[in-house]
Design a protein. Structure first.
Length: 273
């Protein structure tokens, strides 16, 4: 089976679309296999396409259904864009969608000729090759088509398969929205340090570096659980233990984060209809 589709059309080359494209090229996808549809390409995309001879907005009469069609457009743009895209979703086309909130049933209704669908929830660290994505496939997706989807998403980070599309709302709540939780943690740590007398800029630098370092430590030690890493920096009776006693109180951090994730999960369901 082929790791990459022989032909691929990327619909939408904004920040996420550009991140995907650069990830694919870095992972070995041949530029000649790719075409880009983007009504307002950035100078960076235009330059990249020109440099590598990637087809950018080819004339409609020259377009043919590809083996894979990647939808990387905003949810509110799908309805207007779908009629123009539909001719590219042919009987042999896999449609891979990172369009938030749009279910496989929605995609099937808009692209009825396509052979298979994969719906993915990714997140913004994909822009630096550190995305966390999960996806669900339609029953019609072949093993090779599933492999294509894996390759396309693993080029920009971690990818996991879901057995049930309904779980994508939970993925949205945990990893889709998750980067914002981490950024909010940095903000809160920096504000707390400032209250203790640290200069604001210094406190922010320390907070950012701490979260970045903790993440890198986890990345380099995948065999060590987060719980064990926490225990490794918590001496009995020490300062970290004192802080964790507050964070782990019944109404503390675990409870607060659980409520936040539940709220995001509820909203994801509402947006998906």
């Amino acid at each position: 089976m082929s790791e990459w589709p022989r032909s691929l059309v990327l619909v939408g080359a904004g920040k996420m679309g550009e991140a995907l494209l650069r990830g694919w090229l870095s992972a070995g996808l041949e530029p000649a296999r790719v075409a880009i549809l983007e009504p307002a390409p950035s100078p960076e995309i235009a330059a990249l396409a020109a440099e590598l001879s990637i087809a950018l907005n080819p004339p409609a009469e020259t377009r043919r259904p590809p083996e894979a069609l990647m939808l990387a457009i905003k949810p509110q743009s799908l309805a207007a864009a779908a009629p123009g895209i539909a001719p590219l979703a042919g009987p042999g086309t896999l449609v891979v969608s990172i369009v938030a909130g749009k279910r496989i049933a929605d995609l099937k209704a808009r692209f009825p000729e396509a052979s298979a669908f994969v719906r993915v929830m990714s997140n913004t660290p994909a822009a630096v090759g550190r995305g966390a994505s999960a996806g669900a496939a339609s029953a019609t997706a072949s093993p090779e088509q599933r492999r294509w989807a894996e390759s396309l998403m693993r080029a920009v980070g971690v990818f996991e398969w879901l057995d049930d599309e309904a779980l994508i709302d939970a993925v949205t709540a945990v990893s889709g929205s998750g980067p914002a939780y981490a950024f909010a943690l940095v903000e809160a740590m920096a504000a707390a340090g400032e209250k203790l007398g640290l200069p604001a800029a210094l406190s922010m630098r320390l907070a950012r570096a701490t979260v970045e370092g903790a993440g890198e430590l986890m990345r380099r030690q995948p065999e060590v659980s987060a719980a064990r890493l926490r225990e490794n920096v918590t001496s009995p009776g020490g300062t970290t233990a004192e802080a964790l006693a507050v964070l782990r109180a019944p109404d503390g951090f675990p409870s607060l984060l659980a409520r936040a994730v539940a709220a995001a999960h509820r909203r994801a369901g509402e947006l998906a209809g």
